[in-house]
Design a protein around this ligand. Structure first.
Ligand code: BDP
Length: 689
């Protein structure tokens, strides 16, 4: 009987192991070789490090691996020194990161030379836009893993297990911080019950080196604390925050600090009380300072005048340069507008010289097809990080302007708006896991290139599907050629494909309203803030298309350092990928390839669709190398993406054609959707198509 049960369990486990659902991310079980781990110290973090080695060691059989904590000036806080059989660090977390690096290198067959690894940023943080009722703003992978509507304060073992898996995944790629709630913050997050739950989460995340932070509502002293005001210069308000911070640290001694969205999109802020962003941020910074906490203050603000939306953050914050406490970091989105498929970098990078600045990327794909499109965002972030701001001459990249290389910053940080939810595969689309992975890797090393990141991720995430055959040299060669290479190429092209079929040549913010998913270049209901409507951004008319941000237009170009300002200002030198971002041009404007602007626009839309069709073929051919669940899931998503790409192409070409009055080049595919029907079907969330 026993053996029957054993074989049933065995069979079940095979089915289970082979039925991959993506939950294990890039940390899928591997067959470990025996190893002997030597470590003199002990701590919860070190125990995790040791266990990972025992569970995943791929090096020599019975090797002895030493983990050593000792002061080493060449190492930053989380840094480590890696040898073939050794990890040395200043801290327990450093050891853990070193162990993950060692194991990754073994698994991806990368060489391990005696090398030092230091993180580019001290705080590598995921911002969860999770609401206390369990929903996730702009989340496309199910509800929150932290909060829920029913029975909100019970902490179950299932909760803890999930938080632990989440923490482990983060630690494995170097992420060391999480903001647990939405930037559109509820004052309730600071109430006793929610703080207690925060404490429980912090306790699970701590051994993995992760500190928790909270997004706070600036009006909390009045809404939650029942004071008459939340004026940051008011004595009682200052006292309220001090007491609140004290309470938090009594529960969570290593609490990280606050993230604040103030005076933006209906969120309260210091401006409600006639005070500046600096007044607001500094008041919170002073409360946190005695405990070593920081304030991440967002630059995503609007101005009351009708200034070009792209200029507003810079205009608001530049005059405040030097006025912030040293534990305030200004959190700046990669582009000046809002996480578009392509934007030039925000001119706030490389502008403020006496204020710490951190980049904010969006891992969740609000403007990039939600969890339906395959878009590897690493190339987009790399483009931003490697953009030269010329702050201190050539080579002053966004990366170097934010990691302390150019101007010393007391704290350095980088944030990614998380795409994690309760979905079994965490991120809604198997390939969106690559974006979580890439964010961590770039936060750790902001000079990594996306191809390397894609290579690692594919190997870790898919190679073991063929575990029976792994180790077989012929099989590996075949896998590299027929799976790794084409899938990597697809990932590397995927962001450009999305730009092509959504917003080519510098177009931006022409998505359908609210949902920000499907096309909506027509969308402009009466009474809506103009800067929330597409026509504000594309300015299409009989005379042409594009936003004039030159010195003759809104003059946004002048927010950039030279030589960029002149380069962007001059239509002949402006990179074509940013053409309609900076220029309003006639439909028959001659592009570098000799086509008219109109024709070229149509070609880009067509190219985007063709690229997605090509991705479908690449993936279909990948079938033999992928387990059936993940294979079919991705196949389905690619079909949705393809339908949508065609919709985008038809909507934008037919809509703009009303103004250009020129034919869609005859060699291109004809539209298959009618404009009036697409407009009629657009109920604002793009889902209706
Ligand atoms: C926009 C989102 C909105 C966010 C806002 C922000 O549409 O949901 O609250 O950004 O970053 O992109 O604060």
């Amino acid at each position: 009987m026993k053996s029957i049960i054993a074989s049933i369990i065995f069979l079940f486990s095979i089915v289970f192991v082979n039925a991959q659902n993506g939950h294990e991310l890039w940390l899928r079980p591997v067959k470990a070789n025996p190893v002997n781990v030597i470590c003199k110290q002990n701590s919860p973090t070190l125990s995790i490090a040791k266990q990972e080695l025992l569970d995943r060691w791929q090096g020599d059989n019975n090797a002895s691996v030493t983990l050593t904590i000792k002061k080493d000036k060449a190492l930053k806080k989380d840094g480590f020194r890696l040898g073939k059989n050794s990890v040395q660090a200043n801290t327990d977390a450093g050891i853990l990161y070193g162990v993950y690096e060692l194991l990754r290198r073994q698994q991806t067959s990368e060489p391990i030379n005696n090398e030092i690894f230091n993180p580019s940023y001290e705080v590598r943080i995921l911002d969860h836009w999770d609401n206390l009722n369990g929903t996730v703003e702009r989340g496309y992978a199910g509800n929150s893993i932290f909060w829920r509507k029913n029975d909100p304060f019970t902490v179950t073992n299932t909760d803890k297990k999930l938080w632990q898996e989440y923490a482990r995944a983060n630690a494995s790629i170097g992420i060391n911080a999480s903001v647990l709630d939405n930037v559109n913050a509820s004052p309730l997050i600071l109430s006793a019950d929610y703080l207690n739950r925060t404490k429980e989460i912090a306790n699970v995340l701590r051994p993995y080196g992760i500190k928790v932070y909270l997004a706070v509502n600036f009006a909390s002293p009045s809404t939650l604390g029942k004071l008459n005001t939340a004026d940051p210069l008011d004595k009682e308000v200052i006292e309220w925050w001090k007491e609140k911070v004290k309470e938090i640290y009594s529960l969570i001694p290593d609490f990280g600090g606050f993230l604040v969205k103030a005076s933006s999109e209906g969120q309260p802020g210091p401006q409600n009380y006639g005070r500046s962003h600096a007044d607001g941020a500094n008041m919170l910074a002073d409360a946190l300072k005695p405990y070593g906490g920081i304030v991440m203050w967002r630059a995503f603000v609007y101005s009351s005048n009708n200034e070009d939306r792209a200029k507003q953050a810079y205009d608001e914050f530049m005059p405040l340069d030097g006025k912030f406490r040293d534990n305030v970091i200004i959190q700046v989105k990669n582009g000046p507008i809002d996480f578009q498929p392509r934007e030039p970098f925000s001119p706030l990078f490389g502008a403020m010289k006496k204020t710490s600045v951190m980049p904010e990327f969006q891992i969740t794909m609000e403007y990039l097809g939600h969890a339906n499109y395959l878009v590897f965002l690493s190339t987009m972030w790399e483009e931003c990080l490697k953009s030269d701001t010329y702050q201190q001459g050539k080579g002053s990249t966004v990366a170097r302007c934010t990691d302390g290389s150019i101007y010393p910053q007391k704290y350095t940080a980088i944030a990614g708006v998380s795409n994690v939810g309760l979905d079994t595969n965490w991120n809604g689309h198997q390939f969106n896991q690559a974006n979580w992975y890439a964010f961590g890797r770039l936060a750790w090393n902001n000079t990594l290139n996306s191809e390397q990141i894609a290579d690692e991720w594919i190997k870790l995430t898919f190679y073991n599907d063929s575990s029976q055959k792994s180790g077989d040299k012929n099989y590996t060669a075949d896998w590299n050629k027929n799976f790794l290479a084409p899938v990597k190429k697809m990932m590397m092209e995927s962001r450009e494909a999305a730009v092509n079929f959504m917003t080519p040549l510098g177009l931006h913010h022409i998505m359908s309203a609210n949902g920000h998913y499907g096309p909506g270049p027509w969308w402009a209901p009466k009474g809506m803030r103009p800067e929330w409507t597409p026509p504000y951004y594309h300015h299409a008319g009989a005379d042409g298309i594009g936003f004039d941000r030159t010195t003759k237009g809104s003059d946004a170009v002048s927010q950039y350092h030279e030589p960029l300002a002149s380069q962007f200002n001059n239509v002949a030198t402006c990179p074509e990928k940013y053409l309609l971002w900076f220029h309003h041009l006639p439909w028959d404007y001659k592009m570098k390839n000799g086509r008219t602007l109109w024709d070229d626009l149509c070609y880009h839309y067509e190219e985007g669709v063709n690229q997605v069709r090509e991705f479908q073929k690449v993936w279909d051919k990948a079938g033999p190398y992928v387990d059936s669940t993940r294979f079919m899931e991705v196949q389905r998503k690619l079909r949705i993406q393809c339908v949508n790409a065609i919709l985008w192409k038809d909507a934008c070409t037919l809509y703009f054609q009303q103004f250009s009055k020129m034919p869609i080049p005859y060699e291109l595919e004809r539209p298959v959707n009618n404009l009036d029907e697409m407009i009629y079907n657009d109920r604002g969330d793009g889902r209706s198509h």
